[in-house]
Design a protein around this ligand. Structure first.
Ligand SMILES: CC(C)(COP(=O)(O)OP(=O)(O)OC[C@H]1O[C@@H](n2cnc3c(N)ncnc32)[C@H](O)[C@@H]1OP(=O)(O)O)[C@@H](O)C(=O)NCCC(=O)NCCS
Length: 144
């Protein structure tokens, strides 16, 4: 497995977008919207590849101010889930964003994924809210 940053607008970005569509939107009967894609040219795109360069996971970092960053659109291809890939991707991502000078990561976690993030040390704050028809909570982790 190989985790690396991918370039906005590249063929790898297109493959990641297809994965996001298939994992994060199609099961809800939705498609990635113009709002979902807005500003992505300014965001940091990462993906996880197999030894044969098949893209099996992706995640996006949105840089904010004061050393904070937000992650969004985390997805692992269904046949590769529950094999430790997302946790590996998150640990590599955290090392990468620390190297960029960020000291905390936050995200909006689907209720169904909260347990996954808790295992990585992310903590919930605030109440539940709805995004893309699903209940979510804000979660965050200090990285340093
Ligand atoms: C959530 C998701 C990214 C997890 O990816 P994954 O590769 O299956 O996760 P891992 O195999 O790395 O799991 C790491 C640990 O978290 C646990 N875990 C994984 N998914 C979990 C979940 N939904 N709830 C609770 N625990 C979970 C695993 O059992 C494992 O625990 P262990 O270390 O004790 O064995 C993946 O299931 C996915 O893409 N889901 C659909 C999209 C989604 O919900 N994205 C997140 C939006 S906020």
């Amino acid at each position: 497995m190989n985790f690396r940053q991918i370039e906005y607008g590249s063929a790898e970005y297109d493959a990641a977008r297809e994965l996001r569509e298939a994992v994060l939107r199609a099961p809800l009967g939705l498609s990635l919207s113009a709002n979902d894609l807005r500003g992505e040219e300014h965001q940091l795109h990462y993906a996880l590849f197999t030894g044969t360069d098949e893209l099996v996971g992706c995640v996006i970092v949105v840089p904010a101010s004061d050393g904070q960053a937000r992650i969004r659109q985390m997805a692992i291809a269904p046949v590769h889930q529950r094999q430790g890939l997302a946790s590996r991707m998150m640990l590599e991502l955290e090392a990468n964003v620390i190297a960029r000078g960020f000291c905390s990561l936050s995200l909006h976690a689907r209720r169904s994924a909260i347990g996954f993030y808790q295992k990585l040390g992310y903590e919930c704050s605030g109440g539940e809210f709805i995004e893309v028809t699903l209940p979510h909570r804000k979660m965050s982790k200090r990285l340093t």
